[in-house]
Ligand binder design. Structure first.
Ligand code: BG6
Length: 490
């Protein structure tokens, strides 16, 4: 029997405005949190704390500096200027879907403006029209690390309830404007990342909350995003009747380091630590174990009347997630090796290889994750991020031989099909992360490349920004063309 993916499977790629667009001051755009995120190549690329712990002083310095080379998300990959060429290349690969985000600060430069910025709205009109030209369906993330900076400085970010209202206005505006162009939406990218990088996700700066427990700040901000996500789902359904709205979870998959019950228990706890957020968004209420955690840690969520009802009434239609790696859990990590990963550290799995950045490569973990999520939620899944960050080399003849990336995808795709065919998982589609090279979120490096398309720029933003298809570009094109059948050819 010839094996291939289900008819209509949405193959494509993914980016986020803050990492790909550049043009940080173009067309009336306001400054976002990401425009003030400095890289620390001089410190240590694996030191996530250095990259993600932002202070008020850091913001002052960022605002005083016009130097794009220190703030890589200001230049991104210059999609803002190259989008026609980029979408054309996506179409050449045969993309059915392109996951992207709308920068809130292009539409409402300060976040609390009375009126939207027409030039910003027009930019995304043009992007969607370009996609439509090639029959590419946009999948749009409403918020991917892009709160306008003004909302941080004036209101203390998502800790402030007012953000819910500002976000509602933003969502109404984009849904009205793009109602005939966008059907698939995601509310908050990796809503759980509030815990790992509260500044980027929630606009929270610790030194602005003297006297308040940091955990309290984080979970209160997250509560506001849960309510805002439910309201966004409501708005989207009201304005676009056939729309599909998803949540987006960082799928951190943990295995017990051994079969010692203590390790198994630790793995279960760690898994709950990632599921609790999608549980909330899918079931429309905080799970009992998250409420217990709040109680045990003395966190008291301040709710407004109606919050619980809104969350219950407007859960998501599908479950999307990022998957890059898995790791192990042990009751005691003493004497065990540590693995770094997507802004987390955990116990290293001795059976798995790692990427150049120490992320443990585990294709079977993708199948396990899909089965777990589908069994838990019984809602369609969408894999919206997956891929290999690697250092690519342009050969003297101008080509890029990224066979390692092809090997990575090849085994992940086969496991994805196993989950669909053998385990009965419903999966709407797959968008590889950073389908064109973009600035890394955790380290802000350009040299951590994920793309099928090479962008000629270095970590300091220097380069021609010329686009070059890598070997994987032609390989992915064939995968899409044959709907995965070529994966099983000799
Ligand atoms: C996900 C984020 O967590 O991981 C992306 O949604 C990010 O924004 C991606 O880029 C990969 O991480 P990194 O740090 O390699 O860019």
């Amino acid at each position: 029997m010839m094996r291939k993916f289900p008819e209509g499977f949405l193959w494509g790629g993914a980016t986020a405005a803050n990492q790909v667009e550049g043009g940080w001051k173009e067309g009336g755009k306001g400054i976002s949190v990401s425009d003030c995120a400095r890289h620390h190549l001089d410190v240590d690329v694996e030191n996530y704390k250095a990259h993600n712990h932002i202070t008020s002083k850091d913001i002052e310095e960022a605002l005083a500096s016009d130097d794009d080379s220190l703030y890589p998300k200001r230049h991104g990959s210059q999609f803002y200027y190259h989008y026609k060429e980029d979408i054309k290349m996506f179409a050449e690969m045969g993309f059915k879907v392109y996951r992207m985000s709308i920068a809130w600060s292009r539409i409402f430069p300060n976040g609390d403006d009375e009126q939207p910025n027409e030039a910003g709205l027009k930019f995304y009109d043009d992007v969607f029209d370009e996609c439509a030209k090639y029959g590419i369906e946009p999948l749009v993330t409403m918020s991917h690390y892009e709160p306008p900076l003004n909302l941080v400085l004036k209101y203390n970010g998502w800790y402030n309830r007012k953000l819910v209202g500002f976000f509602e206005t933003f969502v109404k505006t984009i849904c009205e404007r793009y109602k005939n162009k966008v059907k698939y939406w995601l509310t908050f990218n990796e809503v759980d990342s509030m815990i790992r990088h509260p500044y980027t996700t929630g606009g929270l700066i610790e030194d602005r909350f003297p006297g308040i427990k940091w955990n309290q700040v984080i979970f209160q901000a997250m509560h506001h995003q849960f309510v805002a996500s439910a309201l966004a789902t409501k708005i989207c359904h009201e304005i676009i009747s056939d729309s599909m709205v998803g949540c987006m979870l960082t799928k951190l998959t943990y295995y017990p380091y051994s079969c010692k019950p203590e390790d198994v228990l630790q793995a279960q706890q760690d898994m709950r630590g990632t599921y609790c957020y999608s549980d909330t968004q899918v079931f429309g209420e905080y799970p009992a174990y998250l409420l217990a955690k709040f109680k045990n840690e003395g966190v008291e969520i301040v709710k407004e009347p109606g919050d619980d009802e809104v969350m219950k009434k407007y859960p998501v239609d599908f479950v999307s997630f990022s998957y890059y790696m898995s790791s192990c859990s042990a009751a005691s990590s003493e004497g065990l090796d540590t693995a770094v990963g997507n802004t987390v550290t955990a116990v290293k799995n001795p059976y798995l290889p790692s990427s150049e950045w120490g992320w443990q490569i585990d294709p079977i973990g993708l199948r396990i994750s899909m089965v777990d999520l589908y069994d838990r939620y019984r809602k369609p899944l969408f894999i919206v991020e997956n891929g290999l960050g690697a250092k690519d080399v342009v050969l003297p003849d101008g080509t890029i031989d990224d066979q390692y990336r092809i090997d990575y995808f090849d085994c992940h795709f086969k496991e994805m099909l196993n989950a669909i065919e053998i385990d009965g998982v419903e999966c709407l589609g797959y968008t590889s992360w950073g389908c064109i090279d973009i600035v890394s979120e955790s380290t802000k490096q350009m040299s951590k490349r994920y793309g099928f398309i090479y962008v000629d720029a270095d970590d300091y933003g220097k380069g021609t920004y010329k686009r070059i298809p890598k070997k994987s570009f032609y390989w992915y094109k064939k995968v899409i063309e044959t709907n995965g059948a070529c994966l099983f050819e000799d």
